[in-house]
Each structure stands twice: as structure tokens, then as C-alpha cells.
Design a protein. Structure first.
Length: 95
């Protein structure tokens, strides 16, 4: 059985960074999303399951964290390219 991702070390910060996480609605993705958002990163969650992503984002928003959601089907190259272009246009970069 796989363990959830380990917590970042004390003092670790991604403040001011833009992080794109695919699959952030599942068990491990949700845990990783919470940890990344907790480090101060502006987090963009992308998945086919936008409803589940919205729930994760709402939990993080309640904690005052910057989390955005985007629809993504990784099996479709055009969808990946649209996501990349949209993120760059809105945020300017991804770390």
C-alpha cells in the first residue's frame, strides 16, 4: 500500500510561485494539493472531474489559500495545449 505524500519540511515555502497539479481530486492528489497550497503557492488544479476539483478548491479557499481549477483531459493533446496557453495567459508562468 502506498503512503500519502510526505509533508514539506518546516519553513519550506512556495510563496509567489505558480504550481499546476493534474489529478488533484483523488486521494493522493487532494493531499498533495493541500500541502502545496499550504506552502503559499498559487495552485492550479486540473482534471476531468471538475466538480471534485471545485470541492478541493473550496476547502482550500476556506483556509485563505489561492487555488484555481481547470478542466483537463490528458488523453486529448488539444486540451493540454489549451490549458497551457490559458495558464500562461492568466498567470504568466508556471514554476
Amino acid at each position: 500500500m502506498n503512503a500519502p505524500p510526505a509533508s514539506p519540511p518546516p519553513g519550506f515555502s512556495l510563496a509567489g510561485k505558480i504550481v499546476l497539479l493534474t489529478g488533484g481530486a483523488g486521494l493522493y492528489g487532494r493531499s498533495l494539493a493541500a500541502q502545496l497550497a499550504g506552502t503559499g503557492a498559487t495552485l492550479i488544479l486540473a482534471s476531468r472531474n471538475i466538480e471534485a476539483l471545485e470541492k478541493v478548491a473550496a476547502e482550500e479557499h476556506a483556509l485563505g489559500r489561492a487555488v484555481h481549477t481547470r478542466a483537463l483531459d490528458q488523453a486529448e493533446e488539444s486540451c493540454i495545449l489549451r490549458l497551457r496557453a490559458g495558464v500562461r495567459a492568466e498567470f504568466g508562468r508556471v514554476e
